[in-house]
Design a protein around this ligand. Structure first.
Ligand SMILES: [Zn+2]
Ligand SMILES: [Zn+2]
Length: 404
């Protein structure tokens, strides 16, 4: 990693429970988990929802690459847990680096009045209790150090200053601020506005932050009616806090499991009208803090296989400066999920088809695109003797590009 930056990566952005429906897939279905990696500094994990599994696999692969040069010192990370609701802890048993003896983890959260001493340790171990999990916690051979903290506590981890504040959420929740040498991020999820003490806590925590990750589970209408008292917030509150506290970037987080990607799009565009530097957290998205400020990057398309094609297109939209434009351009590749075909034959459900598309190529030469697909729907079509066939494109091993 280049000198002097800190990269925040979103491994899980969904609130309450994981989702797999197509309607929610674009923003992602794993529950809360973020990673903050400070160059030449510590590694933080914020919350342990189901996104933690993918982060574990990523850390494992990354570490294997490093150890080829550097020997094996193991993975070391500081794990900050906001509270004990399922969507913040359910990834713990599936985090593979916990099962490797060379790794070391420092885990932090508060003492719950329902659990007493060693709350976080109990939360971890009880997920391994019979009959909930096939092996017991002794299989986790990594070193784990638990520390109980409270709202208002502050401490340093290798040059990064951590501070905490109590938020307004049933059974309690902590917000975290991490001041790295290159900038600050505030992670404030699972918070319902409206109680002055907690509203002040949050404003103190968020003051001047480069990045504020904030609970935007509901619409403002839901928050003031059917979802009042559920312990969450909305984009409009996020915008207010971001403005009042002179936050540089606001990231809407903890999307409701019943919010479709289109609904999240709507929250984002409404928020941007009020506070242009707003983003909606997406699985795989990152925000990198450096001397240049904050760079937000989205993951490669998660929507399907990318195929190389060339089409002449006209594109219109808005620039980063808010100016409208229209231009002629070349579409170079496209990601495809599926198609609907009219066929004389009646293919079997869940069988494989090869679909060859005639595409316009460069300099008027035609080119073809061969796709493998699996049949997901087949019914007699409207046209006589034609079958309406729905297919889902499946990956070609060679077209998958390796991802970091
Ligand atoms: Zn939650
Ligand atoms: Zn919660």
């Amino acid at each position: 990693m280049p000198q002097n930056n800190a990269k925040l990566t979103f491994w899980g952005v969904r609130g309450s429970t994981p989702t797999l429906e197509r309607d929610t897939y674009r923003y992602g279905g794993n529950t809360a988990c973020l990673e903050l990696s400070v160059a030449n500094g510590p590694h933080f994990i914020l919350d342990c929802g189901t996104g933690l599994r993918m982060l574990g696999n990523h850390l494992h692969a990354q570490h294997n690459r490093w150890t080829r040069w550097q020997g094996d010192g193991g993975i070391e990370a500081h794990v900050l847990v906001t509270h004990y609701h399922w969507d913040h802890i359910q990834g713990l048993p599936f985090f593979h680096p916990f099962f490797e003896s060379q790794n070391r983890f420092h885990l932090y959260s508060f003492q719950s009045k329902y659990l007493g001493r060693n709350s976080l340790r109990q939360v971890l171990e009880s997920q391994f209790a019979s009959p909930y999990f096939p092996v017991d916690v002794s299989m986790m051979s990594s070193a784990r150090f638990f520390r109980e903290i409270e709202g208002g506590e502050k401490w340093d981890v290798d040059g990064t200053h951590v501070s905490t504040a109590w938020l307004n959420h049933p059974q309690g929740c902590l917000g975290y601020r991490l001041d790295t040498p290159i900038g600050s991020i505030v992670y404030a999820t699972d918070n319902e506005p409206g109680v002055p003490e907690f509203d002040n806590n949050l404003r103190q925590l968020a003051q001047g932050a480069d990045v504020l990750v904030y609970d935007a589970q509901y619409s403002p209408e839901q928050l003031s009616s059917t979802r009042k008292g559920w312990g969450h917030s909305c984009w409009l509150e996020g915008v207010k806090i971001a403005r009042e506290c002179k936050v540089k970037n606001l990231i809407l987080f903890h999307h409701d499991p019943d919010s479709s990607s289109r609904m999240v799009d709507g929250f984002l565009s409404a928020a941007r009208q009020e506070f242009p530097c707003t983003w909606a957290a997406m699985e795989g998205m990152s925000a990198t803090l450096s001397e240049r400020g904050v760079d937000v990057a989205l993951p490669e398309s998660r929507l399907g296989q990318r195929r190389r094609l060339r089409f002449a297109v006209t594109v219109s939209g808005q620039t980063v400066d808010g100016v409208s434009f229209e231009e002629k351009a070349t579409l170079r590749d496209i990601s495809m999920q599926g198609a609907y075909l009219s066929l004389n034959n009646r293919p079997r459900l869940q069988s494989e088809l090869r679909v060859v598309i005639e595409a316009a190529g460069e300099q008027n030469r035609s080119s073809t695109l061969a796709l493998r697909a699996t049949v997901v729907h087949c019914a007699l079509g409207r046209e006589e003797n034609q079958n309406g066939v729905g297919v889902f494109f499946i990956e070609d091993a060679e077209s998958e590009s390796p991802r970091d």
